[in-house]
Design a protein around this ligand. Structure first.
Ligand code: BTN
Length: 243
């Protein structure tokens, strides 16, 4: 895969989107930044990462063979690819917190921000933005954040980890299409954090409730069985798993 390395940039996702918009290309390209000045996270949050200590990169995937309504498949596939890579590095207790936080031993070690470019009703490109905490050891006021180094005591060479992640993504994405959606979703759900156990959730109106995660659909919707025994289905904006 072609890799574009930059020192400081607002956001690799924004850069990737602009690159593809200006001059669309046919093969996957990765943009990796030492530092992001305006790194973006899910739900409009910031992604903070110490310069040079972690991986912050985006993979632009032209024409993914996935229908618009099933674009969650891309999210599930990239999250699963990351878990596969990290498993080979012996990172402990890897899980995926819906929709696609990378968890290890109950800590968040990575996040994914997928942004799709749509043209005439089909996906023209998908931008897979990945932040992976690698060598950072101080997360200030984020007690639930961790890194590979904090978990294993080892220092990692960023280029080597990037190489492994990209290799796994390239391999897994060869097989991605609507036709093998069941396999992709199965692999994702197998790693789902707190599936089948009672957890605390917060609704958009800030109220809390207890429930059990039962399923995630191809559209990326989360099914929870609430305390009262009813099944509720949520999208990303409607609920947060507090655990
Ligand atoms: C999350 O909120 O968990 C998702 C975080 C995604 C961060 C990555 S870092 C590389 C890419 N560029 C961005 O601005 N965001 C993503």
């Amino acid at each position: 895969m072609r890799i574009i390395k930059v020192d400081a940039i607002d956001s690799t996702n924004s850069y990737a989107r602009e690159l593809f918009r200006r001059d669309p290309f046919e093969k996957a390209v990765c943009i990796v930044a030492k530092e992001q000045l305006k790194g973006r996270g899910q739900r409009g949050t910031h992604w903070n990462s110490r310069p040079g200590q972690n991986l912050t990169f985006s993979v632009v995937l032209p024409k993914p063979q996935v229908s618009l309504s099933h674009q969650f498949l891309l999210s599930a596939a990239v999250a699963t690819s990351l878990v596969r890579t990290l498993r080979l590095l012996h990172i402990p207790r890897l899980k995926l917190k819906w929709p696609n936080d990378i968890m290890a031993a109950n800590y968040k070690i990575g996040g994914i921000l997928i942004e799709n470019s749509v043209s005439e009703g089909v996906l023209a490109a998908s931008i897979l933005g990945i932040g992976l905490n690698v060598n950072q050891t101080d997360f200030g006021n984020l007690p639930s954040a961790s890194s590979l180094k904090l978990l294993t005591g080892q220092h990692y060479v960023l280029e080597e980890i990037l190489d492994k992640v990209l290799g796994q993504i390239e391999k897994d994405f060869k097989e991605i299409s609507d036709s093998n959606e069941a396999t992709i979703m199965e692999a994702y759900k197998k790693k789902l954090f707190r599936k089948g156990v009672a957890s605390t959730f917060q609704r958009a109106d800030k109220s809390f409730f207890t429930g059990i995660i039962e399923d995630v659909s191809l559209e990326g919707l989360l099914t929870v069985r609430t305390e009262s025994g009813t099944q509720e289905v949520f999208d990303l904006k409607e609920v947060r798993l507090c655990f």
